[in-house]
Design a protein around this ligand. Structure first.
Ligand code: HEM
Ligand SMILES: *[C@@H]1O[C@H](CO)[C@@H](O)[C@H](O)[C@H]1NC(C)=O
Ligand SMILES: *[C@@H]1O[C@H](CO)[C@@H](O)[C@H](O)[C@H]1NC(C)=O
Length: 331
């Protein structure tokens, strides 16, 4: 897109149609002239990390979600605390201590800076890395053309993470509303929840409202298995993790939906998908129709990667993904 047209679109979106214009400036192959190797370089780094520890792949997929829902997909989740900003997003309860994959992003950024200094944003590296993690964990089945052109933000505030990320005790209306606030519909929300087919959860994320409190709809034998793995009162010093998907723990597949139907899922938010007829139908389609979920997931993943992206003067290309650039912000 020509620069002048892009500015015109950006201005129109800012003034009139903010939600309909999400990610308008992004393009597949955005770096093909400025840094032609970038997607290959990021994929090679992600491959190393994921083959050493599949859990990092799960972490990278979650990292994109947690980046995009707070200040848009702008790498804000990567920023470390500083004396001037002691409580960035990454220290917020939804992210700390559970969010992982930061070292893989650092390694990818280092490799990319070696090839093309100052050219590729951390926000785009997060999106590429999450896409690549999905590719490897699905054994090359989930292939996504990831548009790029996001800029990095300079704001990262822990309380915004708390306000924008859904907690695991949310019910279906709260989940739908949280995603709608980011321009994602119920179908996107259900498809993206399928990411809970990989990775892990700390006992503290589900014991209080699923095993300890009021009776839940959780399968009795699954609940007993979880009770053997988790303390009755998890604390920061005693908070083990369990796999999200006991059937195929490291495979990004539609097993999650079968687990939902079998009442063998960890969170209230997972079980909640069966409590509204529309989302329950989506769960069944994702579980039973071959290839259905993968298509929905790919589309929703790209849609999520476009949420509130920063372009033009709203952002910068960070040199180090953990710190904002020195000097004046661009705006
Ligand atoms: C629908 C609302 C969602 C809620 C309430 C939710 C909540 C959670 C919680 C509480 C954990 C466990 C953290 C821990 O205790 O270690 C988790 C893990 C995870 N979530 Fe979600 N999540 C949601 C949606 C998503 C979405 C949209 C994605 C990505 C597309 C995602 C990907 C993941 C992954 C991959 C893990 C495992 C992470 C790891 O092993 O490091 N989640 N989620
Ligand atoms: C973070 O956001 C909260 C709530 O919006 C606000 O009260 C607080 O001042 C912000 N903190 C910083 C360091 O900007
Ligand atoms: C979900 O929770 C909200 C807030 O607690 C409540 O107002 C609403 O009725 C609940 N919805 C369902 C479907 O349980």
């Amino acid at each position: 897109m020509a620069a002048s047209l892009r500015i015109a679109v950006a201005v129109t979106c800012a003034l009139v149609l903010a939600s309909a214009c999400q990610g308008q400036g992004l393009e597949v192959g955005y770096y093909k002239k400025s840094c032609p190797g970038v997607e290959r370089i990021v994929r090679a780094e992600v491959r190393k990390f994921v083959y050493k520890n599949a859990g990092i792949g799960a972490g990278l997929i979650r990292l994109l979600f947690h980046d995009c829902f707070v200040q848009g997909c702008d790498g804000s989740v990567l920023l470390d605390p500083t004396p001037a900003n002691p409580q960035p997003e990454k220290l917020s309860p939804p992210n700390f201590p559970s969010l992982r994959g930061f070292e893989a992003i650092d390694a990818a950024k280092d490799a990319v800076e070696n090839a093309c200094p100052g050219t590729v944003s951390c926000a785009d590296i997060v999106a590429f890395a999450a896409r690549d993690a999905a590719y490897f964990l699905s054994r090359f089945y989930v292939k996504i053309d990831m548009p790029a052109g996001r800029l990095d933000g300079r704001v990262s505030n822990a309380s915004e993470a708390l306000d924008n990320l859904p907690p695991p005790f949310f019910n279906v209306t709260e989940l739908v509303d949280t995603f709608a606030a980011k321009g994602l519909d119920a179908e996107d929300m259900v498809a993206l929840s399928g990411a809970h087919t990989v990775g892990r959860a700390h006992c503290s994320s589900f014991v209080p409202d699923r095993l300890a409190g009021a009776p839940s709809d959780i399968d009795a034998s699954f609940a007993n298995l979880l009770r053997r793995r988790c303390p009755a009162n998890p604390t920061p010093g005693n908070d083990p993790t369990v796999n999200q998907d006991f059937a195929t723990p490291n495979a990004l597949d539609n097993q999650y939906y079968k687990n939902v139907l079998a009442h063998k899922v960890l969170f209230t938010s997972d079980a909640a998908l069966l409590t509204a007829p529309e989302t329950a139908k989506m769960v069944r389609d994702n579980a039973y129709i071959p290839g259905w979920w993968e298509d929905k997931f790919k589309a929703a993943f790209v849609k999520m990667s476009r949420v509130e992206v920063k372009t033009g003067r709203q952002g910068e290309i960070r040199k180090n993904c953990r710190v904002v650039n020195h000097g004046h912000p661009h705006y």
